[in-house]
Design a protein around this ligand. Structure first.
Ligand code: SAH
Length: 351
C-alpha cells in the first residue's frame, strides 16, 4: 500500500473522485507534516467516511522501528525497517552543554536518502554493498517524523542534515518534495537555512539544485584535493574530476549566496599529511568556504585508521594558518555506531 506522502501529487484528484473538495488535501497534509496524527482516526476535522477511505488506500507509516539506541550524550539512533524488509538508519543529535536545554536548543536529525549507496567511497560502510534503491518521499519524511516523536512535546527539531546513507543528489526527485514537507510552516516548519544536503559532488545534480531551489546548504565531500588521491578514495571522481566538482560548487554558491561547506574525512597517513593540507589550501584558493573535518569512524573490516592526534593537529594548523575556516566535527554517538551505515550492517550481519 502506498505511503500517503508519496501520493501527495495525486491526492487532490483522488479526493475529487470521491466528491471531496480539493482543499481537504491541505488539511490532510497539515496533520501529516506535523507528525500530529498517528492514525486517520485522529484527523478529527475530516469526515468519517473520508477517513475510512484513506485508511483503506494509503498508509501513514510504512516503516517500523527495528532498533532504537541511545548514547550517553543524548544521541539517538533508529534503525527503520521499510515495507520491503530493507533497513535504513537515521539519527537525532542533541546539542550539549550550557543553554542546550529548552525550546531553542539545536536538535539535528541526520537522515538517509537511499538504501545503500552507489558512490563506493572506500572508507564508508553505506556503500559496501552498492545501492539497493532510492527511498521514497514518504520514507524520507518518515525518518524526520519518527525522530521528532522521540522528543518531549515542548522540544522541536531545528536542523536537518542529509548525511545518512546514500547519495542525496542521486535521488533529488524524491528528496526535494520530502524536504519541502519538513519546511511546511503548518508542519515541522524547519527553515531551509537549517537544512544541509551533503553530496559526493555530482555536477549536473548540483546545477539542478541551483536552478530549482538553491536555499539549502550544500556540503561537498572532498576528502582529497588532487584527482589521483580523490579517485582512490571516492571512485566516482574518476568520471567527474575535481575541477568540475569545484566549478559546480561555485555555481551553487553564486545561485544561493550561502557559504559552501567542504567535508574532509581524515584517514590516518592517507590524506592527513602536511602536503595534503597544503594542496587543500591551494584547491580552495581563497574561497570563503567552511571545511568540515570529520574524524574517521572506523568501520569493521576496513583497513583505514584514525589520524594520530599530532597529524590531525598539524593538518588543522596548516589550514587555519592559511586563513581557511575549519570546523572539526565532534564525534557523537560513536558507541552506538551512530554513523555512516554501520548499524544497518551490524543488524544485517557481515557479508
Ligand atoms: N553521499 C553523501 C552523503 C552521505 S555521507 C556524501 O558523500 O557526502 C556523509 C558524510 O560522511 C560524507 O562526507 C562521507 O564521506 C562521510 N563518511 C562516510 N563514511 C565515513 C566514516 N567511516 N567516517 C567518517 N565519515 C564518513
Amino acid at each position: 500500500m502506498e505511503h500517503i506522502l508519496d501520493a501527495a501529487s495525486t491526492l487532490p484528484e483522488w479526493l475529487a473522485s470521491r466528491g471531496q473538495p480539493a482543499w481537504r488535501a491541505k488539511a490532510i497534509r497539515r496533520w501529516l507534516h506535523a507528525g500530529r496524527a498517528e492514525t486517520y482516526a485522529a484527523m478529527t476535522d475530516l469526515p468519517k467516511g473520508l477517513r475510512d477511505a484513506l485508511e483503506a488506500e494509503f498508509r501513514i507509516w510504512t516503516t517500523s522501528i527495528a532498533r532504537h539506541t541511545r548514547a550517553d550524550d543524548g544521541t539517538e539512533k533508529l534503525l527503520l525497517e521499510l515495507h520491503d524488509g530493507q533497513r535504513i538508519e537515521c539519527v537525532l543529535l542533541r546539542e550539549q552543554g550550557p543553554g542546550a536545554e529548552g525550546a531553542g536548543a539545536r536538535r539535528t536529525v541526520c537522515i538517509s536518502s537511499q538504501v545503500g549507496c552507489a558512490m563506493g567511497c572506500v572508507f564508508c560502510a553505506s556503500g559496501l554493498d552498492g545501492v539497493v534503491r532510492n527511498l521514497t518521499t514518504g520514507e524520507i519524511v518518515e525518518q524526520v517524523l519518527r525522530l521528532q516523536a522521540l522528543l518531549p512535546a515542548d522540544e522541536r527539531l531545528s536542523h536537518i542534515v542529509v548525511m545518512g546513507m546514500g547519495e542525496p543528489l542521486a535521488n533529488l526527485d524524491r528528496l526535494l518534495p520530502a524536504l519541502a514537507a519538513t519546511r511546511d510552516p503548518h508542519g515541522l516548519g524547519i527553515s531551509q537555512r537549517r537544512i544541509t544536503i551533503s553530496t559526493v559532488g555530482l555536477p549536473p545534480a548540483i546545477d539542478r539544485l541551483a536552478a530549482e531551489d538553491p536555499g539549502y546548504n550544500l556540503a561537498v565531500s572532498l576528502h582529497a584535493a588532487d584527482d589521483a588521491l580523490r579517485t582512490q578514495l571516492v571512485p566516482v571522481n574518476k568520471a567527474i574530476g575535481l575541477a568540475d566538482v569545484m566549478a559546480a560548487a561555485d555555481r551553487y554558491w553564486e545561485a544561493s549566496g550561502r557559504r559552501l561547506t567542504f567535508e574532509y574525512v581524515l584517514l590516518g597517513r592517507l590524506n592527513d599529511q602536511p602536503e595534503h593540507a597544503r594542496s587543500l589550501v591551494a584547491l580552495l584558493g581563497g574561497r570563503a568556504a567552511l571545511v568540515n573535518v570529520i574524524p574517521y569512524n572506523s568501520v569493521a573490516g576496513l583497513p583505514y585508521e584514525e589520524p594520530t592526534p599530532a597529524d590531525r593537529e598539524r593538518f588543522l594548523d596548516i589550514l587555519r594558518s592559511a586563513g581557511v575556516n575549519v570546523h572539526v566535527r565532534r564525534r557523537k554517538g560513536a558507541r552506538i555506531d551512530a554513523a555512516c551505515g554501520q548499524l544497518r550492517r551490524l543488524a544485517v550481519g557481515p557479508t
